[in-house]
Design a protein around this ligand. Sequence first.
Ligand SMILES: [Zn+2]
Length: 471
Amino acid sequence: MVLGMKFDKNNFSEWFGKVLEEADVIDLRYPVKGMPIYKAWGFSILRNCFKMLEGELNASSHQEMLFPLLIPEDQFAREGEHIKGFEAEVLWATHSGLEKMDRKLAVRPTSETVMYPMFALWVRTHADLPLRVHQTCCVYRQDTKMTRPLIRGREIYWNEAHCAHATAEDAESQVKKALEIYGDFYKKLCVPFKALKRPDFDKFPGAEYSIALDVVMPDGRVLQAATAHNLGQNFSKVYGITFDDEKGAKQHAFQTTYGVSMRCLAVVVALHGDDKGLVLPPAIAPVQVIIIPILSKDEKQPVLEKCRQIKKQLIAEGVRVDIDERETRPGDKYYYWEARGVPVRIELGPRDLQNGQAVIATRLGEKKQVKQEQVVEETRKALAQTEKKLFENASEKLGQQTSKATTLEQLKQTIEEKGGFAKAGWCGSQECAETIEKQTTAEIRGKEKEEKAKCIACGKQGSTVYIAKAY
Ligand SMILES: [Zn+2]
């Protein structure tokens, strides 16, 4: 570990890789492309994210299950559009030991075709609906684009939810509910986003429509950080998910699916981190508060005892807290925990002990002397302030990264100079989308709401869309 190492965020791509490595988030040296090792600190952050999300899904009537990794070829290939969207990226299991298998098995790139034949067995009558299932697992995609740590990999750790509903209205409102859950989730990660309805040519293969949460990364490019899809009856017709309605007539179920991947970790690292390393939102920090005893030879024991007492008090309050009792210089410890992004640090030395005080420092640079009897309360405040400030800073940045364009030339200039989102009119034709992409290198990410505007490419009536360069 290089202590006191500085990271230069102006060079985002290099900064990102360095921080992931130095802060013990992932190790990229595993010899299969796009498959990182999540190290203890990184995996703990990621699991804290997913535990929060899983808890939220369970609390809103989703059942957590675990489905198989492999899909029989015929079962996988039944929905035409879906298979077309994924076939170029699928990894196949073709051999059983030395024998070639009669029926090859697809390694799941996503789980519709794993789950829906089972849904067909489980759903019988309207009383079985809605059925809401979710699982946290890895999916596999042999993406041909350049892999990027936590952003574009071949082994994707994610949580996917899949539902079946009795009516189109129920499916519609489930998509809204999913976006609310994801909105709350990203709020806890202090991450602002735009929820955009993707153009038809960019929707999920087999969906009626797709809505995605897009986040602007520090280099001005946007990253899709979550998606929700309304599948209509496409899959239920193919996989035979039917039910008897209240009048006893057979109906096909309406379906929805939505997911969040390890990209949530990429977004947290990218948006909040600085030249000292990670900055973690308190909700997901494996250690929310680190206590650093300032040790001198004579008064080591009393200082340590006081620190341990504070630790106990904070644990009793439900705070994730640790003491760094190592025999290294306090400055080295500061750097170490700063690089890991711990939101709050408490310092306590012999003089503080005498004066009945302690120092509380936040990862965002605020520092304050407090009375020992107020340490718990002040720590709580510091954590809450850090969460608030992180979200405010990120929201302000998103505001600066969103602009408007009324001509292609202006759009091109904005995208080049500022990056981020540009709002402009688009008529909805694929031809104009291609013109826009060719001339500006940016793509149409979708609509936030219905708002009339003239197409920036052809001048016809259309609506306002968000345009950006994307990962
Ligand atoms: Zn047009």
